[in-house]
Design a protein around this ligand. Structure first.
Ligand SMILES: Cc1ncc(C[n+]2csc(CCOP(=O)(O)OP(=O)(O)O)c2C)c(N)n1
Length: 655
């Protein structure tokens, strides 16, 4: 019976509710496993419709997840999910069912795999293309320590475009360790997958002759009762099938690299999956690739229709798939995307580069308008940066647009290929600061620190949408070297955007509110909360100057000197980035260099030296004191501590 026909199968009682660990799955019949799959899908749709999340990746691998847990013995055997965004079914089956409704919420379970959450998550993830390296490292440890367990890495065809995955494939062929790489091929990254490799995978899965012969052999084997066929005969049949494959598919890249290639198999057909996984578990040694074909969003019509939008979604109406709340103002990503599009209209040398995040970075409009000038390089941030550097060195104007957290991957390329040769790459760092429910793997906490230390680099952060548009315009016209702008996730204060953008003089700050008792030097997303704190202080008779430190590098030294010489002697710096090596550190370094340390007391506010959990952006900002109330309290506390400061009410500590 084809699996689709079984989806509606219902035995009247919930099977999922009886699954407390993978052991419970092994007690079920295949028919019951299909019902389990359908219940899991319902739960995934239900919870993500309320909490948001990755609805696309997880429904696509429901049968695969069930089959893996049916055959392998987790947590003894290690299942490593690349990215970890497709592991929702895995979470449901590994003791996290009762907490699943807390997915991605503060104090709830994470949207990614996380060892501290469960022994069934042997390796944490969030960034792509790490699973094969992790599996190989684990295999070496297993063998050196004389242990015996199976290691399975589940990697998407998108993640396979990442350099790390390629490096590990190469190394894995050399090491010849027993690991299984399940290649989950849904022909998509977030958008359609790109490149020669994805074309090649499509050819592999479309090899009709091979697939037919393979299915015939399988059917033949299955038609013989188990008591009439020995394991040995089954193995011989498998070998015949393998030899046929090698005849019909001239070069299987994986095999050339030293991996045994099996598949492709239908990833929604539990019988087939169980059959082949069993074979792999008992009859193969060394590195094996199992090519599994799945459909993204399987079972949820809106996600199958628009997998790009549902890859990662906010809460939505279950029946229609429509977003639950429509933002009242355009997101920073959209503002950035429109500004880059405007730059492209003004100058035909402008090109945009994305590493598999076209929609997320607001470049979908650019893709539509100038498809030949938009380069999606796949999940390949390092390549994206060096590729952009060469474009810049050769006369183009590249806007290399990458989430802050993923640009971490390309740190050396930024230094070696961009900054060292002053290549005028324009960097757009989306989702800089806390991203909210995706949590610590995705927070853009480090970019101020990792960019401001690089010589020749300009680092900007806008206070609002209009300033972001001006900054993109400034980037278009800046040719002396690399220049970057960081902006947060979601919407800003919602200010109107001028018809004509303006160039901002590089290194020039802005005094947004004058004051005499203290100065708040805020950057980017922290300027408006600093202004609110300042107006509260005003009510208590404290006059705070608020400075929009829109250039983190170079800083406005003229303004800083004037402030140190004639302004208030208490400075509060505020940034949505790590304190270590951040903007506040830059201010302190400046004072030290100029011998002004004795004149000014600096208190730095920012992300403390710890990984911040998941939750809504507002909750997290509040938690670490980066909202207006937190700034207000920090100012009062500092004033209260400062010898000789004017009397202010002692701040109450927030729990
Ligand atoms: C280094 C890095 N860059 C970008 C991303 C954002 N991202 C998350 S999932 C994904 C697509 C992954 O595609 P694939 O591996 O095929 O898995 P699928 O979502 O199709 O199941 C991308 C680009 C990431 N997690 N890590």
């Amino acid at each position: 019976m084809p699996p689709q026909a079984l989806w509606g199968y219902n035995f009247g009682v919930s099977i999922l509710e009886g699954i407390n660990s993978p052991e419970d799955i092994r007690k079920l019949s295949v028919k019951e496993l299909y019902q389990l799959a359908s219940e899991i899908r319902e739960t995934l749709i239900d919870v993500t419709s309320r909490n948001g999340g990755h609805l696309g990746p997880s429904p696509g691998v429901v049968e695969l997840t069930i089959a893996l847990h049916y055959i392998y013995d987790s947590p003894r055997d290690k299942i490593i999910w690349d990215v970890g965004h497709q592991a929702y079914a895995h979470k449901l089956l590994t003791g996290r069912r009762e907490r699943f409704h807390t997915l991605r919420q503060l104090n709830g379970i994470s949207g990614f795999t996380k060892p501290e959450e469960s022994p069934h998550d042997p390796f944490g993830a969030g960034h792509a293309s790490t699973a094969i390296s992790a599996a190989l490292g684990m295999a070496i440890a297993r063998d050196m320590m004389g242990e015996d367990y199976h290691i399975i890495a589940v990697v998407g065809d998108g993640a396979l475009t990442g350099g790390m995955a390629m490096e590990a494939l190469n190394h894995g062929g050399h090491l010849q360790k027993r690991i299984l790489l399940v290649l989950n091929d849904n022909e998509r990254s977030i958008a359609e997958n790109v490149g020669g490799l994805s074309n090649y995978l499509a050819k592999l899965s479309a090899n009709k002759l091979y697939n037919r012969v393979k299915d015939d052999i399988r059917e033949l084997l299955n038609s013989i009762p188990d008591n009439l066929i020995t394991r040995k005969a089954k193995t011989v049949a498998w070998k015949v099938k393998e030899s046929l494959k090698n005849l019909m598919i001239p070069t299987v890249i994986f095999e050339e690299l030293g991996w045994r290639y099996l598949g492709p198999v239908n990833g929604h057909d539990l019988d087939q999956l169980i059959d082949i996984l069993e074979h792999i578990k008992y009859f193969t040694d060394g590195p094996v690739v199992l090519h599994v074909i799945t459909q993204k969003g399987k079972g949820y019509e809106p996600a199958m229709r628009d997998p790009e939008r549902f890859h990662g979604t906010g809460p939505f109406v279950k029946e229609s798939g429509e977003p639950l709340k429509k933002p009242s103002s355009p997101s920073y990503s959209e503002v950035y995307g429109s500004a880059v599009l405007r730059a492209a209209e003004a100058d035909e040398r402008v090109v945009a580069i994305t590493a598999a995040m076209c929609l997320g970075t607001g470049l979908a409009g650019f893709r539509e308008r100038f498809p030949e000038r938009l380069f999606d390089v796949g999940i390949a941030e390092q390549h994206a940066v060096t590729f952009s550097a060469a474009m810049a060195m050769s006369g183009l104007i590249p806007f290399c647009t990458i989430y802050s957290t993923f640009l971490q991957r390309a740190f050396d390329q930024i230094i070696h290929d961009v900054a060292l040769q002053r290549a005028p790459v324009r960097f757009g760092l989306d989702r800089a600061g806390l991203v909210g429910d995706d949590g610590p793997t995705h927070h853009g906490s480090f970019d101020i620190a990792y960019l401001r230390m690089v010589p020749n680099m300009v680092v900007m952060a806008p206070k609002d949408e209009d300033e972001l548009a001006d900054m993109v315009w400034t980037m278009l016209h800046y040719e002396s070297g690399p220049i970057s702008v960081r902006y947060p996730r979601g919407s800003g204060p919602g200010v109107p955007i001028k018809d004509e953008p303006e160039i901002i003089p590089v290194g020039r700050w802005e005094i947004v509110k004058p004051g005499s008792d203290l100065a708040i030097l805020a950057t980017g997303s922290m300027v408006y909360p600093a202004l609110s704190a300042a107006s509260e202080l005003e009510k208590e008779g404290v006059s705070a100057e608020v400075i929009n430190a829109r250039f983190i590098k170079p800083m406005d030294e003229e303004l800083l000197l004037a402030l140190a010489e004639g302004g208030p002697s208490l400075w509060i710096t505020v940034e949505e980035g790590v304190l270590a090596g951040g903007f506040g550190s830059g201010v302190a370094e400046f004072l030290e260099e100029k011998g002004l340390m004795g004149k000014v007391r600096v208190r730095r506010l920012g992300i403390p030296d710890q990984f911040i959990t998941h939750g809504t952006r507002d909750e997290l900002l509040r938690m670490i004191g980066l909202d207006s109330q937190g700034i207000l309290e920090a100012v009062k506390e500092t004033l209260w501590q400062k010898k000789g400061a004017r009397a202010v009410a002692r701040p109450k500590r927030r729990s």
